[in-house]
Design a protein around this ligand. Sequence first.
Ligand code: FES
Length: 152
Amino acid sequence: MKYKTGIDIAINKFIGKKGALIPLLQNVQDIEGYLSKEVMSYVSEKTGIKLAHIYGVATFYTMFRLKPRGRHIIRVCKGTACHVSDANSIMNEINNQLDLSGEEDTTKDGKFTVMPVACLGCCSLAPVIMIDDSTHGKLTPDSIGKILKRFE
Ligand code: FES
């Protein structure tokens, strides 16, 4: 199996270091976008760490993704300030507009991945979402369509 140089660099950076599996997997995920079975097998082969252990870590921590993510990441704040400002309606509207069920987080065309987050650090703008690096606040369900259209 052949992988990009970046993954080999990440493996070489962390190989043999105690407690390095999580930062190694974070590095690999940053490069690949998610942790595929193939890349976890590759890490296992190169590091000697059992695949079952790698898989166990990857599935235990919510920061790891086992499926590809969309080209744009929509973070929907579910923190207290946003929750009391009806963040659930914002999430429902995004899911409706993107035709996502509660089970799926990525659109079929691979354009968007929607994920809830605890707090985006701008509570005075509640309810807030972040799309890639841009923050959108004081939202109403009616404002969502216009924002999403900017990414067409
Ligand atoms: S609770 Fe939503 S930005 Fe802080």
